[in-house]
Design a protein around this ligand. Sequence first.
Ligand code: ZN
Length: 261
Amino acid sequence: MLQRNIETIEKAAFAFRGKDTILRKDGKPLTMNDLTVLRESTGGGEIWSEPETGITWLLAGNNPLPDEYTAEPVRLYACNYDMDEERYGQLFRAKGMASWTNDTRHCARCGARLEPHAELSALVCSECGKIVFPGIEPCVIVLVRKGDRMLLARHNQRNNDMYACIAGFMETGETAEQAVKRELMEETGIKVKNIQYFGTQSWPFPSQLMLAFTAEWESGEPQPQDGELADVGWFLPGECPNTPKPGSIAYRMIQSFQKQI
Ligand SMILES: [Zn+2]
């Protein structure tokens, strides 16, 4: 079930703006009063809640925050604090739901207004009854090994201060393993073998599911291919430049590789 404009918070309330979460400067959890203040002061959207998970969320508007609040990137907030698994799950679910409820307003079939579904965590078309669930976009991310080195790349646009694993969206009709091979060839020009499943991570920026793999280098010298990468190369774990932070599956893969060699 999804609800709008409820009056009490069951478990946890979150406010977001872009990739940031909005926090009270005094460190206390957000209350319904905070959400109302933030909504009115920033020109935000509606306040939504999901009774099954007990989470409530607001997507704030772009007007300045009142003095009592501050904004911090969700991915840094998630890794900088000692957050238990339940809270981490609530934060990431709320982040994904906030983007989805903001971006999904009309039926793709008939164009009528979507409304919260009375039983499911979904929206339903007010005219034709089509039910719309939150979408998830699968992506692959891969750590490639060549002996005691690993392949890391720096992007031109996103996170351009960091060396990270190669990642990309899956295409329709593709297996995850095919996506791994295609992304590596398109972005770096190398071939890999022995692709092994590593794990998954929800990455709601806005709606990705990261499917993580390791692979072994087979052939080719890595070179930026398509203008997306600024630099790519082989790195020993000890000589890594700035790499992904704790809280990301890329971090876990790099840590796991370091322990193996
Ligand atoms: Zn419809």
